[in-house]
Design a protein around this ligand. Structure first.
Ligand SMILES: [Zn+2]
Length: 418
């Protein structure tokens, strides 16, 4: 499933206001198309374009499914009610402010429009986010903001020289639309640097530039071409909570990375983890398949950091990950969790990484590495990746039966590892 968005946005950072008009094209639409929209935003127009002209479209708030915990917004149903359409085009207009998550939800504030910085992604549901988390999208975003602001998005910039409008287009399927911006006078703009964001925050990050470039090259040598030709950029935002997310070469990091020398190994690994999502970003976050993306990003980033520093990082991480996992006490099985559950972190990142390490020991480190390299090339070309597809691939390429071991690990619930 893939939707095509065309969004014309006006943003007023002083008033914290966003207004959007545009269209969403939905192929083979269901009876009800479900979208999530931030609770501070209100619809001002919803129309369906048809061959007979425009017709009003009934849009109502619903609780027919629970809004996945990753998203901060209300669930809306667009009533379509006509079976067998090839596609429909919906015209939408909405405006308002981005409200933070309600206190009881204990979710971090991932999206905001402030006077000195704007960060918008699916988490704040600043655009109608498909509630079915498997829908990918194409987009055109045309943005009007204050004249002296500078912006980044996970699309290709189409801006014309003299225009004050910013236009990005994304013709590869992606799973989100990101827009971040800040006043030009506060921005660190250096095409040679992998970092982008407020001057005051980037200064300390620049020492990492050379390391990260080399790590990226090592990853490309191993895993093949990335999912996008856009250069990797680390976007540092002033947000303190919520960590990092990656979309088509754009890595958005709240608060930046610590530059304390003692933490260097871990910082390099954390940055490599995000770069790895340029290959591993295709598993659904609606079910446990997502463990594959997270465990592979952990595994590959740890291996590549180990190679780069030529030390014992891998062995150290295997040991400390086991300890950290045990400290968590009872952790449900990987197979019983989805990404929006808190325990999934320990299950996917810790137990998932240890499972891959176990398979690597079983098959042989070098062969396992080669197979992961081949799998990365397949993942980049695939629409989706599943746990079964991944395990079948390893079994076939290695000629070693691994399903039994893998199933034991994936179904294991309790402390530590099976
Ligand atoms: Zn990750």
């Amino acid at each position: 499933m893939s939707n095509d968005y065309v969004l014309q946005c006006s943003i007023d950072p002083r008033k914290g206001k966003l207004s959007v008009k545009g269209t969403i094209t939905i192929p083979a639409p269901p009876k009800n198309a479900l979208f999530i929209l931030n609770r501070g935003l209100g619809w001002t127009k919803t129309i369906r374009r048809t061959a007979m002209g425009n017709i009003a479209l009934d849009v109502y708030q619903t609780d027919e499914m629970e809004v996945p915990r990753l998203y901060n917004g209300n669930l809306w149903a667009f009533q379509i009610d006509e079976p067998d359409l090839d596609e429909i085009v919906i015209e939408i207009e909405y405006s308002g402010q981005i409200h933070p998550p309600v206190k009881e939800s204990e979710m971090p504030t991932m999206g905001y429009i402030k006077q000195d910085f704007i960060e918008l992604a699916c988490y704040s549901a600043w655009y109608p986010v498909p509630a079915n988390m498997e829908t990918h999208l194409f987009f055109d975003v045309i943005l009007k903001g204050p004249k002296d602001w500078t912006w980044k998005s996970n699309g290709i910039l189409k801006k014309s020289e003299n225009s004050s409008e910013w236009h990005w287009q994304q013709r590869s399927l992606v799973n989100d639309i990101i827009v971040v911006g800040l006043p030009e006078r506060d921005a660190h703009i250096d095409p040679e640097s992998l970092f982008w964001g407020p001057n005051g925050m980037i200064g300390s990050q620049k020492v990492l530039d050379t390391d990260v470039r080399r790590l990226r090259t090592l990853l490309e040598d191993w895993l093949g071409p990335r999912v996008t030709e856009e250069p990797i950029r680390f976007i540092i935002t002033p947000r303190e909570l919520g960590g990092a997310y990656t979309r088509a070469g754009l890595i958005v990091v709240g608060g930046g990375y610590p530059t304390d020398a003692k933490l260097r190994r871990q910082v390099l690994q954390a940055m490599s983890h995000e770069i790895c999502h340029d290959w591993f970003c295709k598993a659904s976050v609606r079910n446990y398949d997502n463990w594959v993306d997270e465990a592979l990003a952990e595994y590959c980033s740890i291996i590549v950091t180990n190679d780069y520093l030529k030390d014992d990082f891998l062995d150290w991480r295997v040991k400390t990950t086991r300890e950290k996992l045990e400290k968590q006490g009872h952790v449900p099985s990987i197979r019983s969790l989805t990404r929006d559950q808190d325990e999934s972190y320990a299950a996917y990142y810790f137990r998932g990484f240890l499972l891959l390490n176990e398979l690597s020991e079983k098959i042989g480190r070098n062969l396992f590495r080669d197979i992961i390299g081949e799998f990365a090339r397949l993942s980049v070309k695939s629409d989706t990746v599943t746990s079964d597809m991944f395990l079948d691939f390893i079994e076939e390429k290695s000629g070693t039966k691994i399903h039994e071991v893998a199933d034991l690990w994936l179904d294991f619930e309790g402390t530590g590892i099976p």
